[in-house]
Design a protein around this ligand. Sequence first.
Ligand code: TYM
Length: 335
Amino acid sequence: TPRVFSGIQPSGGLTLGNYLGAMKRFVEMQNAGVYECIYCIVDLHAITVWQEPQALRRATRELCAGYIAVGIDPERSILFNQCQVAGHAQLAWIFNCVARLGWMQRMTQFKDKAGKNAQNASLGLFAYPTLMAADILLYHATHVPVGEDQKQHLELTRDIAAKFNHDYGVEFFPLPEPVIEGAATRVMSLRDGTKKMSKSDPSDMSRINLTDDADTIALKIRKARTDPDPLPESPEGLEGRPEARNLVNIYAALADKSVAEVLAEFGGKQFSEFKPALAELAVTHLSPISKRMAELMQDQAEIDRILARGADRAEEIAAPILRKTYEIVGLVQTR
Ligand code: TYM
């Protein structure tokens, strides 16, 4: 059976970008019933930039609650945190010896995150993509649902798999397919339609958090930047109007409609009419999620039990693949 793997970092809370770009697909793929789905809380990726330990613990459990609240069923899918399956870090080391420095230096996320003073970035941040390749290939995953921003990392994962297979003369690692689908594969900031909506943006008004209450969501949408024109009648009319495009994409993704269908309804109308409709739609979708997250967070022992069980199941798939990898490489395993 085809196997799905994806991950989210427990660094700060979840945003509407995470939900529409990734998590909504996670749930759809789980419910399609044709994939074995593995969803991970990538805590080892989170610490590539400093995380306050108590905040990391909380974000890890809150992300587990978030996964369940959006519809991941920890019985049908495997849900766990990365550090509990040692194979991720072990396979990442092998891939550090397969990937080339030149490949890594092309990664745009590193350049964005490291900023001007790249000399002061952690070595872990630079090696981030080889750990991500290990996450996916440790399970021989075939499909990886992600937002648009992870595309380059997925290409690197395929390059690493291909080079490993070539260097050792095997056909061992499958080349995973990125699944970048939906109307909102790149949700933009509410304050600047050319910047990605991100949990690390200093302005909370730039994003919708899955934990925002109804009033906050409505306020953020009301204050969202727009241009003065009414909505266009067709998708071509969104050309050069990044803020308008973003809000229409969000509406389409939430309503499970195409952009053309949304514009058939709202084309020619003012934002003063569209924004309240969008706010209502967002609140209708997100309120039950934040409510469920808060309930789940009441019982942390239960969350830890779910994660422990998920790690056991993940380990079972990973262990033989890691053993075989060591064998192919020529590492002697005496136990
Ligand atoms: P992270 O934690 O930054 O984001 C989790 C997922 O949410 C998507 N996403 C967005 N999609 C649309 N619009 C946005 N504004 C937006 N912001 C975030 C991301 O594309 C991602 O799918 N490197 C990954 C985590 C990771 C991973 C993996 C993913 C680690 N190992 C293995 C897949 C497979 C990351 O930083 O995601």
